[in-house]
Design a protein around this ligand. Structure first.
Ligand code: SAM
Length: 314
């Protein structure tokens, strides 16, 4: 055993026993306690202030490797919550770089690549530099990928339609873009790298706004990207309307936000809505018909992206 190794003690408990199990681990000298879903019951975006737990969870305490595993087991055994504890040794590694094993440059559409810092970008691609952090959005999730591909498509010269102003051959070029539910800011940064003039990234989570600003600096676009809470958006816009709006949230909040999106988007402006589970799209499509002309939906794994244009406002 290397002195740098760790011991892990874990068990599965009902959420009602989580506090007891955590207290027991801390009393036994745990350096940290981790809660994980034990039964594949996702908790999707709780409302602000809510901290729901999974119905059954795996709870794991991390201990210094010099502890005697049998003594540790004896300390935990038979104490409330009475549970089957497992002790395992955890090899020490450079944990802060572990994510790199599963995180590689990812390409989206014909132009875009999301590349972790320090990795070589694929040749000829427009690059967004991004590392995993606390805020959602690295490009690995299908809902983000669907939005990145849509933005990539907007960077392609488009055929002129009857309702398309002549100078808008490439919809992103010079556009004001709103990324609503920005998380890491990945979509706003991608839009800027693909030619947008300015992006406003909106999120109700202050951590997401911090991450977005840090990622904007990392990508050299901090002067063109403003991150704000929803209540500060109107002041930043100062009466302007966006030419492109992308929102990767979830079906429920998206439906509530549709009237707000209609107000934020200029006539004929482009919109993409992502984070919609297969089966939820028809309700959203029906709600969006009034203000938006929708295109055929795009589907990846269990997720749907709706997109379209703002109808002329009366
Ligand atoms: C699924 S993440 C998307 C992150 C990133 N845009 C991406 O595509 O990977 C959704 C984000 O929306 C934010 N969010 C959820 N409801 C919101 C609301 N009503 N207004 C603003 N942001 C919201 C969450 O805090 C979260 O950061």
């Amino acid at each position: 055993m290397s002195p740098a190794d760790w011991l892990e003690a874990s068990t599965t408990v009902a959420s009602s026993e989580a506090d007891l199990a955590e207290a027991l681990l801390l009393e036994a000298g745990a350096l940290s306690v981790t809660l994980q879903d034990a039964a594949d019951a996702p908790v999707l975006e709780p409302a602000p202030g809510e901290m729901p737990l999974w119905p059954r969870l795996q709870i794991t305490g991390l201990f210094e490797g010099g502890r005697d595993p049998l003594r540790l087991l004896a300390t935990l055994h038979g104490r409330p919550p009475v549970a089957q504890w497992r002790i395992a040794r955890l090899e020490d590694r450079a944990w802060e770089r572990e994510w790199l094993r599963d995180f590689r440059p990812l390409c989206f559409g014909t132009r875009l690549a999301v590349v972790p810092t320090g990795m070589t970008a694929p040749a000829g691609r427009t690059v967004v530099r991004l590392d995993p952090g606390l805020a959602f959005g690295t490009g690995t999730h299908p809902t983000t990928g669907l939005c990145l591909e849509w933005l990539d498509g907007l960077a392609a010269p488009q055929r002129e339609g009857p309702s398309e102003p002549r100078d808008q051959a490439t919809p992103l070029e010079g556009a004001l873009v709103i990324d609503y539910g920005c998380g890491s800011g990945i979509l706003a940064i991608a839009a800027l790298q693909l030619g947008a003039a300015e992006a406003i990234a909106v999120d109700l989570d202050p951590q997401a706004l911090l991450a977005t600003r840090a990622n904007a600096t990392l990508n050299g676009v901090a002067d063109k990207l403003h991150a704000c809470a929803p209540q500060d958006l109107a002041e930043l816009l100062a009466g302007r309307r966006a030419r492109v709006l992308v929102a990767n949230i979830l079906a429920g909040p998206l439906q509530q936000l549709l009237p707000c999106f209609a107000d934020l988007l200029a006539d004929h402006g482009r919109i993409a809505l992502s984070g919609i589970l297969v089966g939820q799209e028809s309700v959203l499509e029906a709600a969006a018909q009034e203000a938006f002309q929708l295109e055929p939906a795009a589907v990846r794994e269990d997720w749907v992206r709706l997109s379209g244009r703002r109808k002329t406002s009366s």
